[in-house]
Write a new protein. Structure first.
Length: 408
């Protein structure tokens, strides 16, 4: 989990600079500062008081859409020839997000104090990720900041579009599953006890299935049900905390890739993010070792990140990207072969973007197929659950009617 670190460094002119960065550990902060060309004097973890933590928890977050709009507008203003500080001033005033407005104002202040744009943005790592600041730095060095900002906006829009498609496709199945569970609980807690009192007054003999349903109802409305609910909540809290640890995150990511139906979707999403991120960084002029490091931190899956780190270690020793990547079972031969061709022809970024486009289309097709499969399965599930309860409740009534008919 990222922490905030205060740092004190000396630039190439000997000037002392202080600031803050967010990273997983102190070593990453020192490494990032050295990559910026600073001599590191001190790095300390910032101790945040309980009050500040509470304020931060309830502070509104910046939406991805707001950052995308900000980036595209920023690129347009830079391309039109407006001074950098003037662009930041205008964007700070016109952005709809109060949090982003404050961040941009702070970036403007840092730039006015003599810092580069990438350095000023890196102070706000929760808003401007490593991918963003590294590309901005490459754009500043190459004098193509407007082009780089347009690439960033396009990348953010592609990721937002994929998330939107998945969210839109799964909204109906998830809502239907939640309604099914809610309906089941309502029937067991409120409807079944009414029938039970009626059967008790009638002196009816209850079938086995009816006794099972009523036993479940008794359990849910008793103190045992309350204890079970508390245990589930506490267990969920501890599980969530464990999943945030390195071991828990690794186990979860491994499980995601092995799931029967959704594993393929998670795998394709990781490959698409890897290809898009690395391709965008390479095309923006970011050095390949730094691009691989950023990609491993943003790919979204620990196992894939470890494979990318192995590739980075191989490239550092003079190896190609495709060869160590091909040794990992997570990357299909199609990906490694296209990257090998890209390296040979000097068109690595083009090949990576083609791979990303391919997996984006595969993700869309997979999501549509899953949606088509889940909807009828949920309807069948709801029908079986409700039908079983209804049959169990009406079986004693049918039995009483049959006995009354025979007696008549």
């Amino acid at each position: 989990m990222a922490q905030t670190y205060s740092y004190r460094v000396r630039d190439k002119q000997g000037k002392i600079i202080t600031g803050k960065l967010e990273a997983d550990n102190e070593a990453l902060v020192s490494q990032r500062l050295r990559e910026m060309g600073y001599f590191v004097i001190a790095v300390e973890e910032e101790r945040v008081s309980l009050t500040k933590k509470e304020i931060r928890i309830f502070q509104p977050k910046v939406k991805g859409k707001d950052i995308t709009v900000f980036t595209r507008q920023f690129a347009t203003m830079i391309n039109a020839g407006l001074p950098l500080v003037k662009c930041l001033s205008i964007l700070s005033e016109q952005t709809e997000s109060p949090v982003l407005s404050e961040v941009v104002a702070d970036v403007q202040h840092e730039v006015e104090m003599g810092r580069s744009l990438s350095e000023a943005m890196s102070k706000h790592g929760n808003i401007f990720k490593d991918l963003y600041t590294s590309m901005v730095k490459a754009g500043e060095i190459g004098g193509v900041l407007d082009d780089v900002l347009l690439r960033i906006a396009t990348t953010l829009e592609s990721e937002d579009e994929i998330r939107r498609r998945i969210k839109s496709a799964l909204t109906y199945p998830v809502a239907m599953f939640a309604i099914s569970i809610l309906l089941l609980i309502v029937m067991l807690v409120f409807v079944v006890p009414v029938f039970e009192r009626m059967f008790s007054q009638m002196g009816a003999t209850l079938p086995f299935l009816t006794r099972i349903i009523m036993g479940i109802s008794h359990f849910l409305v008793s103190w045992k049900g309350a204890v079970l609910l508390i245990l589930l909540i506490v267990g969920g809290v501890f599980l969530r905390r464990w999943l945030k640890t390195p071991a828990g995150r690794r186990r979860l990511d491994a499980l995601k890739l092995k799931l029967p139906v959704f594993g393929s979707l998670f795998h394709k999403m990781a490959l698409s993010r890897f290809s898009r991120t690395l391709g965008t960084l390479v095309s923006s002029g970011v050095p390949i070792l730094q691009a691989l490091e950023i990609t491993s931190n943003t790919v979204g899956n620990v196992l894939v990140a470890e494979a990318v780190e192995n590739v980075r270690a191989g490239v550092k020793e003079g190896d190609s990207i495709a060869r160590p990547l091909g040794q990992s079972a997570l990357f299909p031969p199609m990906v490694t072969q296209m990257l090998a061709i890209g390296e040979e022809t000097g068109a690595l970024d083009t090949m990576l973007n083609k791979v990303s486009d391919f997996y984006d289309s595969e993700i869309s097709a997979t999501v549509e197929a899953l949606t088509s499969l889940l909807e009828p399965l949920l309807i069948v599930f709801l029908g079986i659950v409700v039908g079983t309860i209804v049959i169990a409740l009406y079986m004693p009534i049918f039995s009483l009617v049959t006995q009354f008919t025979k007696q008549s």
